[in-house]
Design a binder for this molecule. Structure first.
Ligand code: HEM
Length: 445
């Protein structure tokens, strides 16, 4: 009897233990590198110096740090130069299309590598058309079909059909790119192992990173899946970053003193750094502070930094219940203009964020790309924008080129034109506003 009793007690416990162990062994785990301090790696350092190790960890793990990585800076920089190069003498331009094209080309270089980059490349055309269709097709499908018939749109709706077509062609273009990453990884794994089982990777770009991320989860990244992943990144990044670029361009002529300080800073940092590495870009602190102040004033996400829908009823501690399915939006605006958070919030203070960095001795906060409690523009937590550092670096590279080679100003007759527009849930820089450009060499001729 006691044997049966013991078996009845032990069996469920053993089964429970076995199932937990099995789940632990078989569940896919991310293969993230262990980041530690150089030299003294004692506990006490983690108590006070974690920020530095977080920054270091980020630098090791993100695809978006590839700017400044070996071989990529030149190409990304080149893309900025090619995209923005024009011989101009106070010519009026609507700069938005140019910024979009330049950013798309820079991200193609950093994410796919230089193989498919280039301003007029087929990849460029496909990705931009895909994003266009992806942004316009869903509302048309929603208006025309009941939810249970959405699947039909793939065969009947022009926008959705185009998305599938671009995806299929992109898969053909990307197959050799992916093949090269797979072969290089296998070669690395077969070769003599260094640094605890890992040698230097041949490719440092987004495709390599996606390949690693899929493999770590036990999935095989196929040439069909790759464009889907890349197009999601492009859809999230192209217009958000280009819009931020246009906003900075529109703000700059309104602040000539800051503009001249930024130009001096670029020259100073350039003189000390032969290449625009990530670190060198980080030294452009006045430019950074200017960019962040613009984002405080009129971020894309000024009205709705965070949108969420609870999937089940949620009750706060004070009893407030948000029913499932309610759409919630947290506006940035009130936070960005709260005098308790930003003293004298109505003033466009170009040095505000640089001062904060200096005063509060935390150099990792208050950057353009920082997630911090004084701004919600990038959201926070696990869904905070993962591309914010990439946006920061690409925008800086663009403005280095623009400010080094061009002067720009607003035309007299556009003084009254709106600089910013409310567009549904977003605030956007006015894409129809022309800006006057003059090439600097033209001045000295
Ligand atoms: C100035 C430019 C940008 C702005 C203002 C911006 C803003 C945002 C915001 C506010 C979110 C959070 C949305 C939410 O959870 O409610 C987000 C998410 C995201 N962003 Fe960005 N973004 C920018 C550039 C980029 C770039 C360059 C990339 C990629 C290269 C990117 C990729 C993504 C992705 C993949 C997500 C979804 C993250 C998740 O849900 O976990 N973004 N972005």
């Amino acid at each position: 009897m006691s044997v049966i009793l013991a078996a009845l007690t032990v069996a469920p416990a053993a089964w429970f233990l076995y199932s937990r162990l099995k789940a632990l062994i078989s569940s896919p785990r991310l293969n993230l590198p262990y980041v530690k301090f150089e030299g003294d790696n004692s506990r006490s350092r983690y108590r006070t110096q974690s920020a530095t190790i977080l920054a270091k960890g980020y630098a090791q793990q993100s695809i978006l740090t590839q700017i400044g990585g070996p071989g990529i800076t030149d190409e990304v920089n080149m893309a900025a130069r090619q995209g923005l190069n024009r011989a101009l003498d106070w010519t009026s331009l609507q700069p938005y299309p140019l910024i979009v094209k330049t950013f798309a080309s820079m991200s193609a270089c950093a994410i796919i590598g230089p193989e498919l980059g280039g301003l007029e490349s087929e990849w460029q055309m496909l990705s931009m058309r895909y994003v266009e269709a992806a942004l316009s097709a869903p509302s048309k499908v929603e208006a025309k079909y009941p939810a249970w018939l959405y699947w039909l749109s793939r065969y009947t709706n022009d926008g959705v059909k185009a998305m599938w077509k671009y995806q299929a062609r992109a898969a053909e273009l990307l197959a050799p790119v992916l093949g090269a990453r797979v072969a290089a990884t296998q070669e690395l794994q077969a070769g003599p192992r260094k640094r605890g089982g890992k040698g230097p990777r041949k490719f440092e770009d987004g495709v390599q990173w996606l390949y690693g991320a899929h493999t770590a989860r036990g999935n095989q990244l196929t040439a069909e899946q790759l464009p889907r992943d890349l197009f999601v990144i492009m859809t999230a990044s192209i217009h958000s970053t280009s819009g931020a670029g246009l906003a900075i361009l529109i703000d700059m002529p309104e602040h000539p003193r800051a503009l001249s300080e930024i130009r001096d800073e670029i020259a100073r940092v350039k003189a000390a750094n032969p290449t625009w590495t990530r670190q060198a870009l980080g030294e452009l602190q006045i430019l950074d502070s200017f960019m962040r102040e613009g984002a405080r004033f009129h971020a894309l996400t000024q009205y709705t930094a965070v949108q969420r829908i609870p999937t089940s009823d949620f009750t706060f501690k004070d009893g407030l219940t948000i029913p499932a399915g309610t759409t919630l939006a947290f506006p940035s605006f009130h936070h960005n203009f709260d005098p308790a958070v930003h003293p004298q919030p109505e003033s466009f203070d170009t040095m505000r964020h640089l001062r904060k960095r200096q005063e509060r001795t935390n150099t990792h906060r208050y950057h353009f790309a920082s997630v911090s409690d004084d701004m919600m523009n990038w959201v926070a937590g696990r869904h905070a924008c993962p591309g914010r550092f990439f946006a920061q670096e690409t925008l800086k590279l663009m403005f280095i080129h623009l400010l080094t080679h061009y002067e720009f100003k607003h035309a007299e007759d556009t003084k009254e034109s709106p600089r910013y527009l409310s567009n549904n849930l977003f605030v956007i820089a006015n894409p129809a506003l022309p800006v006057l450009f003059r090439e600097k060499e033209v001045v000295s001729k």
